[in-house]
Design a protein around this ligand. Structure first.
Ligand SMILES: O=c1ccn([C@@H]2O[C@H](COP(=O)(O)OP(=O)(O)O[C@H]3O[C@H](CO)[C@@H](O)[C@H](O)[C@H]3O)[C@@H](O)[C@H]2O)c(=O)[nH]1
Length: 347
């Protein structure tokens, strides 16, 4: 268990992304001695350097696919957060081997380089799409989790405590559906809803950081941590945005896209059979032959209705009004509403 973030040295792979930037700021605020950012894009690093203006942040240009660049960035580091990934479903479908190289081989490089450098703890970021995966992005993230768990299972004397976190859609993340719908609404175009009854878990960026910190502080080697998020239908999400921008809730229905599921699963029924309920979080320990499954069944200790998955269809369903409240809590949405000005009349 790590008690404090202050005066410690951190590496964040993919540190210029939405999660990475939020985590860097959080660590700096908590008094970190040094935060290294490893990423491929020098111009994003440059923009971040100017925005933060904090010389505790060190920028490493490199690629997790290249073991050498990871091992240089991790030298003398105490804690690593691994956020670098190929995350777009369509690009991973078109180029699955690229997803293998970044999401699986790259993650294995981060695990191995951390172990060799004597890093204390490593948290890898995964996604609900890794559970019962149907697309290359989810499949490669599922294998990333296996690589992380194998490190713990196969090395009893491992120096690095490796855990994963899994979460669903982060609201307003780059290229996601919320900024797209807002852009469409503001341009006077009908939002392009794939399938109104499709459901997704909703999480804020700060909740994703909280989950990572929870795993970082409390995770045992090989654990997967999940936050018990609420979910909504995409139809209700589009309706909530139309209401906020004062336009009628009418959509252009496209149909479900290639590689998409009607709902996502955060924890499989197989995992729930031995998961530990921690209130807001679930902890799925690494599968071990020693686990006493029978105890859980005899004591009726399996949460969420026996052997059902925890998915976005059976999770707590947010109402349109609740989605509106969540959206209004996002500074980006408020800025868009302000920019839309008084023309936005409530529906
Ligand atoms: O024009 C559009 C685009 C998307 N959607 C729907 O909106 C939902 C969310 O889509 P999107 O924001 O594109 O996210 P996902 O494809 O679900 O994937 C995101 O969420 C994952 C977690 O589930 C992350 O791992 C991925 O990196 C991230 O891209 C889905 O049901 C889509 O069908 C629409 O209705 N219309």
């Amino acid at each position: 268990m790590v008690s404090s973030l202050s005066d410690r040295r951190f590496l964040i792979t993919g540190g210029t992304g939405s999660f990475g930037q939020t985590m860097v700021t959080r660590l700096l605020d908590a008094g970190a001695a040094e935060v290294r950012v490893l990423s491929r894009d020098e111009s994003k690093q440059d923009a971040m350097r100017h925005r933060l203006g904090d010389d505790r942040v060190r920028y490493y240009v490199g690629d997790v696919r290249d073991y050498d660049s990871v091992s240089k960035a991790v030298r003398d580091i105490e804690f690593v957060f691994h956020a670098a990934a190929l995350k777009q479903v369509p690009s991973c479908e078109f180029f699955p081997l690229e997803a293998v190289r970044t999401n699986i081989v790259g993650s294995a490089n981060v695990v191995d380089a951390s172990e060799r450098a004597g890093v204390e703890a490593l948290v890898l970021l995964s996604t609900d799409k890794a559970v019962y995966p149907v697309n290359a992005m989810g499949m490669t993230k599922a294998l990333m989790e296996k690589v992380a768990q194998a490190h713990s299972r196969n090395n009893v004397t491992a120096r690095t405590r490796v855990c994963c976190v899994r979460y669903g859609n982060v609201m307003y993340s780059r290229g996601s559906v919320i900024p797209l719908f807002i852009d469409q609404i503001r341009r006077g175009v009908l939002p392009t809803v794939t399938e109104p009854s499709m459901t997704r878990f909703l999480m804020s960026l700060s909740q994703s950081v909280e989950l990572v910190e929870h795993a970082f502080h409390r995770g045992q080697p090989g654990d997967v941590f999940i936050r018990k998020a609420d979910a909504c239908t995409i139809g209700d999400l589009a309706t909530a945005l139309c209401n906020l921008f004062g336009v009628p809730a009418k959509f252009n229905v496209l149909g479900i896209r290639h590689g998409e599921k009607l709902y996502e699963t955060l924890a499989s029924r197989e995992e729930l059979a031995h998961a530990e309920d921690l209130g807001d979080f679930l902890r799925v320990p690494v599968d071990s032959r020693d686990l006493n499954y029978a105890l859980y069944f005899d004591e009726g200790n399996v949460e969420r209705g026996g052997l059902a998955d925890f998915n976005s269809h059976n999770a707590r369903r947010l109402s349109v009004a609740e989605v509106e409240t969540l959206l209004l809590a996002l500074p980006e949405v408020r800025a868009q509403l302000d920019a839309a000005g008084t023309a936005a009349v409530p529906a």
